[in-house]
Design a protein around this ligand. Structure first.
Ligand code: CAA
Length: 391
């Protein structure tokens, strides 16, 4: 955490306002994150990672988003949605080819599930994968893809059909940037996370070898959902950091600003907002730590991760709103970071499962309508001596 905080305070914080305005992080930030070992933070050492546990991944995400959401989004996509998916579902050969270079930060991974007409409703995906000899031929469009123009490998979800046997089920494929027929572009003019990279992919007869299919044919929906269990965890942890940033900015400002002859921190209505932010931070932190502990044990955590993501993202929006109110008119300008926090917070209640999807998931668990079934492959539990060698 010490070297991470040094990197953030020395190299990111002084520049993030400009990068947010300019619409992107410079390449050297990706390289510095790779050098710090963040891109393989919770991947075992023998697979190129740093060998830390899932809780460490959460703490890293919290620290990153305390500075800017764009940095945490890289972790959500590269580690949460892609690399942990390869760790869970990839064959040994796929882990050698894709996971090791990703964990060591040589290659960047991304996750391509959403489409122009398929977001919450994953089963509406139209991208097709037609089987042809030892290949699949992929056609379709993916939208709202973080790192679309940056990543080297994409986990693409498509509907498999065989000739004379149109199929309906989803399968997952690792599509490589260099494969002919794959094109990508950026989506500009977003409300928030402007230093982050969001874009689209177009797949036009992309030939993907069978050896790039992750899991079994038809297993794509379950793979996507289990990847989201990890992505959502990083979003929950990151949003916790965003709440902390709002709290810290509000404490600083309320101690310097005076109204009616005293610091505004001594007004009870300001204290109430600060107390709420502090409570939201503590609860969000406990919720994502619980999910992280379950991941460490190798226990299914869909329910706990979903409630952590739902709560922390909603409260990050509320905290940023309160922080702006405490800053008054200054909070409404970009002179202070809280307007960026507000814009950044908003997207997280939409991506990786809208708040509405999470409330449905929670209601189904509470009513006994959703019961988790064992998966063919679970994410491995964290064992220090195995993941970090004999250190
Ligand atoms: N892990 C593994 N398997 C799972 C699972 C999980 N977490 N959740 C469900 N499954 C399995 C079920 O066991 C079931 O398996 P069987 O077919 O063997 O029975 C199968 O998947 C279907 O599950 P459900 O019946 O629960 O599916 P559903 O249709 O009722 O509900 C949903 C699905 C909860 C609505 C789901 O579609 C969902 O979460 N939608 C939101 C999608 C989402 O988060 N999109 C975000 C896009 S990615 C993104 O934002 C990233 C970015 O780059 C910004």
């Amino acid at each position: 955490v010490h070297s991470l905080r040094t990197f953030l305070s020395r190299d990111v914080s002084p520049n993030i306002r400009e990068w947010d305005k300019g619409g992107g992080l410079p390449q050297h930030i990706y390289e510095q994150m790779a050098r710090l070992g963040l891109f393989g933070i919770c991947i075992p050492e023998q697979l190129g990672g740093a060998g830390y546990d899932y809780l460490t991944l959460g703490i890293v995400c919290e620290e990153l988003e305390r500075v800017d959401s764009s940095l945490r989004v890289i972790m959500s996509v590269h580690v949460g949605l892609n690399s942990l998916g390869l760790l869970q579902w990839g064959s040994k050969e796929q882990q050698q080819r894709f996971l090791i270079p990703q964990a060591s930060g040589v290659r960047l991974g991304a996750f391509a599930l959403s489409e122009p007409d398929a977001g919450s409703d994953v089963s509406a995906i139209r991208t097709s994968a037609r089987r042809s000899n030892k290949n699949y031929v992929l056609n379709g469009e993916k939208m709202w893809i973080s790192l679309a123009t940056k990543a080297d490998h994409f986990l693409v979800f498509a509907r498999v059909s065989r000739e004379h046997e149109p199929g309906k089920q989803l399968s997952a494929f690792v599509v490589e940037r260099t494969m002919p027929g794959l094109s990508a572009g950026d989506i500009d003019h977003k409300l928030g996370v402007r230093a982050g990279s969001t874009g689209w992919l177009h797949l036009d007869d992309v030939r993907v070898p069978q050896s790039n299919r992750l899991g079994l044919e038809g297993e794509g929906f379950r793979i996507a959902m289990s990847c989201l269990d990890n992505g959502r965890y990083t979003v929950a942890a990151g949003s916790t950091g965003l709440i902390k940033a709002c709290l810290e900015a509000s404490i600083d400002y309320s101690r310097t600003r005076e109204t009616f002859g005293k610091q505004i921190s001594s007004h009870q209505l300001i204290k109430k907002k600060i107390a709420d932010m502090s409570k939201w931070y503590e609860i969000s932190r406990l919720l994502y730590h619980r999910a992280g502990e379950l991941k460490n044990l190798g226990t299914r955590n869909t329910r706990e991760t979903s409630v952590a993501k739902w709560y922390a993202t909603e409260k990050a929006v509320s905290a940023a709103d309160s922080a702006i109110q405490i800053h008054g008119a200054y909070g409404y300008s970009d002179e202070f970071p809280v307007e960026r926090y507000f814009r950044n917070a908003r997207g997280a209640t939409i991506y990786e499962g809208t708040s509405e999807i999470h409330s449905l998931i929670q209601a189904q668990y509470a009513l006994g309508e959703r019961i988790d079934k064992p998966l063919r492959k679970e994410l491995p539990p964290y064992v220090d001596s195995v993941w970090r060698g004999s250190k």
